[in-house]
Design a protein. Structure first.
Length: 321
């Protein structure tokens, strides 16, 4: 079968490419907007593709045409800005013979809007108080410090700690910002795998012991029933299929509370795979309507990450578009 992975320069794209290459029954086509994206050079030269930026006007049309020309069976998008645009074309992809390995558009829109996510999960699990800056609900009643962050956006960009009411009052409300209760406890990421029927197959919590540029470079998987139950409840509340990363943090009483959901494969996926749950490979089988496990357990394991070089002749570097 032929699989296209976009975002081949990111850690998530690289993790998926490596997982699928290990199967032996998959031709992996790697795509990225940058000809120097390292994941491009994990595949054979004839399977490397350049695409426009995820927000470019022609991005979707280029990817759909690529899927048709390369007879792609399954598409794995891995970049936040690409996800809703590609999910909106799920039917067009299907009509062309390509299945999409990503959550539904409705799930993506809920997760990528942090206020909508908080409201969707408020009755399911502990959610820190979250208000839209500039509304009457956000004016008062906070225990400082609090967090101010963009309503939409990936990673930690734009996130800041606000120490006082005066400082909060000085924050401009024209940026679509949220004010959120600051949780004092330890933070965890839980990789959740769901079948296409929404059944939760696995939830693998991990502690991010060291983070570099938003990517965990040292971590450990953790068997914790509370974390697993909370992440599972969140995944069901948002109607998850395939894979998402649920970020939790303990409150002052030690209860896991929801921070965010990244509705895609995370960059630290290699740790979850090493712990015994190969989410990219299982997702591929699920999308292809092949049998997948009903439920999966994992082992506790730690990892550290390091830079790794890929060498190739100069004439194998993709030319600039």
């Amino acid at each position: 079968m032929r699989v296209l992975v976009t975002g081949a320069g990111g850690p998530a794209g690289i993790a998926i490419i490596r997982s699928l290459l290990r199967r032996g029954d998959v031709e992996v086509i790697a795509a990225d907007m940058d000809r120097w994206a390292s994941g491009l050079y994990l595949v054979d030269a004839e399977h490397r593709r350049l695409v426009p930026a995820g927000l470019a006007d022609d991005f979707v049309d280029v990817v759909l045409a690529m899927c048709a020309a390369d007879r792609v069976d399954v598409l794995f998008p891995t970049v936040d800005v690409e996800l809703p645009r590609i999910a909106a074309e799920r039917d067009r992809l299907h009509d062309g013979g390509t299945l999409l390995a990503s959550p539904s558009l409705r799930t993506l829109e809920t997760c990528l809007d942090k206020l909508a996510l908080a409201r969707a999960c408020a009755r399911t699990c502990r959610v820190p108080r979250t208000e839209l800056l500039g509304t009457p609900q956000a004016v008062s009643g906070w225990d400082f410090p609090v967090i101010v962050k963009p309503r939409r956006g990936a990673g930690s960009r734009g996130v800041r700690v606000v120490e006082s009411q005066a400082e909060l009052d000085a924050v401009h409300a024209d940026e679509d910002l949220l004010v959120q209760e600051l949780l004092p406890g330890d933070e965890y990421s839980v990789d959740v795998l769901a079948g296409l029927d929404g059944r939760i197959i696995a939830a693998v919590p991990r502690a991010r012991l060291r983070v570099d540029s938003g990517v965990a470079v040292a971590g450990v998987t953790v068997h914790d029933d509370e974390l697993i139950a909370t992440a599972t409840a969140v995944a069901k509340a948002i109607g998850l299929t395939t894979v998402a990363n649920v970020q939790l943090k303990r409150d002052k009483d030690g209860v896991p509370a929801l921070l965010e959901v990244n509705p895609r494969f995370p960059g630290a996926m290699p740790l979850t795979i090493a712990a015994g749950v190969d989410m990219p490979s299982i997702t591929l089988d699920a999308v292809l309507s092949r049998p997948v496990p009903q439920v999966m357990d994992f082992v506790e394991i730690a990892n550290v990450r390091y830079l790794e070089d890929v060498f190739m002749p100069v004439d194998q570097v993709l030319p600039a578009p």
